[in-house]
Design a protein around this ligand. Structure first.
Ligand SMILES: [Zn+2]
Length: 252
């Protein structure tokens, strides 16, 4: 996320958090139209034509990253919602859950307790149980607005409403607690992914509600380079976690 007049909404509290956790000069990647942070490709007219032909789905000729282009599917033909990474919302959510599981197995999320259960169903109201926590996992791109949204708005998802979605999570947490033999605590686990540095950050709040990152507890950071889908789309070497090489280094 750029620290300039384009993002006046975030506010000083977030920038303070960003300075503390990632440093004032956190690197997000190269500038270009491609969603791949390692690719600086700019689209021309032919590319935009391909986007239209593909109803929003497009492969970058420079890095071969298959991506959904924002506003590339104005009529919703594909029925997929793009995120800043070029992944659709479901794929982005699944990736965040995979990273959370890997971090839990590596002991990085020990404040929540060990990973005890993972839902086999993406649409389950509860995604996983760690210790006594029944967790809903939400994932954000590091350059997105820093709010974890727990419930779909009824505008985007007719027939769904916020109160009903949250009630279903509370009910499911109770069921899981009964099955596991003791009550579980409600919890939101937010995963922030920086695809350029391969650093994931985890945030926690003890209830199912929309939350600004600044209103959550920062639990841990974790190197998710192994799960980084851009790993195979770098014309050079991936940086180690903590490194913020300039683009010329990445591309040799
Ligand atoms: Zn590209």
């Amino acid at each position: 996320m750029l620290r300039n007049a384009e993002n006046p909404r975030v506010g000083p509290k977030y920038w303070q958090m960003a300075d503390n956790l990632w440093g004032a000069d956190e690197t997000h990647g190269l500038y270009g139209d491609c969603a791949n942070p390692y690719c600086d490709y700019n689209m021309d007219e032919d590319d935009w034509r391909d986007v239209q032909m593909g109803e929003g789905r497009w492969q970058c000729p420079n890095c071969r990253w298959d991506q959904l282009v924002p506003d590339g599917d104005p009529y919703g033909m594909l029925g997929l919602k793009p995120t800043r990474s070029g992944l659709d919302t479901a794929s982005m959510g699944s990736l965040g859950e995979e990273v959370a599981q890997a971090a839990a197995r590596d002991g990085a999320l020990s404040p929540l307790g060990p990973l005890r259960w993972v839902s086999p169903d993406y649409n389950d109201p509860i995604d996983m149980v760690m210790g006594n926590n029944a967790l809903e996992v939400k994932t954000l791109h590091s350059e997105s607005f820093p709010r974890f949204k727990i419930a779909p708005s009824s505008v985007n998802r007719p027939g769904k409403n916020r109160a009903g979605t949250i009630a279903a999570k509370v009910q499911r947490a109770r069921e899981l607690g009964e099955a596991l033999g003791h009550p579980l605590v409600e919890g939101l686990l937010g995963v922030r992914l920086n695809f350029y540095t391969g650093r994931a950050d985890f945030f926690y709040a003890p209830e199912y509600r929309d939350r600004m990152m600044t209103a959550m507890e920062h639990l841990a950071d974790y190197d998710f380079s192994k799960q980084n889908p851009f790993r195979d789309h770098v014309p050079g070497e991936l940086p180690q976690q903590g490194e913020t090489p300039d683009p010329e280094e990445v591309f040799g």
